[in-house]
Unconditional design. Structure first.
Length: 267
């Protein structure tokens, strides 16, 4: 089995003080994709190059204390791709792709942190720019290789993906255009990208147990008033190999829960 985990940390240094390395050692994933690491190269040196025996690879934001992605892996990648070619969002450290290619197979693990638009119209506009540019990138990538993209997508796709869907229809993360983008991403027809939402493939009907993020306001976590914002998005052949999923709701390194999927293959 290939055990793949995704987790938005809200800061690698903060998560480290809460025992994330011990938890990763206990979980023993093949790869763990992290988002919002909020560190620079100087913060990594001598401290975070490895975690629980896994080697770390990083995409740092230019702005200190902001965004950033990482992948820790026990397998040596054949290539590390930092950024996806968009200067605006590559400056924010939002995309890290590890390729594990062999003569018989092209396969990537991607850690991606989609922008949030919740702070206002300016960031929502940036989020839409990201979605517009990222869609053709994923189509082109799918045409040449298998992959799993793990990340904080910052979109709850359907009504079953958040607790208070009626009251959030005008809020970032559940806007009609965002949800339509996700629908198109998962559409296997000529207009879609044909990717697979792996969790929903395995758990098509769950609601309360599907959430991976809770607001810090109003006892949202205690009352499980959550959103499903963290995904595994896979090419169809790889998604077919997904066997088990787990959302670790009681693990609190940040306001996101880790999500793990076991795939029936090995690197």
């Amino acid at each position: 089995m290939f055990k793949l985990t995704s987790l938005n940390l809200n800061g690698l240094r903060s998560a480290a003080t809460k025992g994330v390395a011990d938890w990763v050692a206990e979980l023993a994933p093949d790869c763990i994709c992290m988002q919002e690491i909020r560190v620079q190269a100087s913060d990594i040196e001598g401290r975070f190059e490895a975690m629980a025996g896994l080697k770390g690879h990083f995409h740092f934001a230019e702005k200190k204390g902001y965004a950033g992605t990482a992948v820790y892996t026990k397998h040596e990648p054949s290539e590390v791709v930092v950024g996806w070619g968009d200067s605006e969002f590559d400056a924010e450290g939002r995309y890290l792709e590890l390729r594990f290619d062999t003569p018989a197979r092209k396969f990537s693990v991607i850690s991606c942190y989609f922008p949030s638009g919740s702070s206002g119209e300016e960031r929502q506009a940036a989020k839409y720019r990201f979605l517009k540019g990222f869609f053709p990138h994923l189509i082109a990538l799918k045409a040449e290789r298998e992959f799993v993209l793990c990340g904080d997508i910052n979109i709850a796709h359907k009504e079953i993906d958040l607790k208070n869907w009626r009251g959030n229809q005008k809020n970032s993360g559940f806007l009609p255009d965002e949800r339509a983008w996700m629908t198109r991403l998962l559409d296997a027809g000529a207009e879609g990208a044909g990717l697979v939402d792996v969790y929903r493939m395995l758990k098509p009907d769950t609601t309360d147990e599907a959430y991976t993020w809770w607001s810090n306001r109003g006892q949202a976590y205690a009352k499980n008033v959550g959103w499903r914002l963290d995904y595994h998005l896979a090419t169809p052949k790889t998604a077919e190999l997904a066997r088990n999923e787990q959302i670790f709701k009681t693990i609190k390194f940040s306001d996101h829960a880790p999500i793990t999927v076991d795939y029936e293959f090995t690197l």
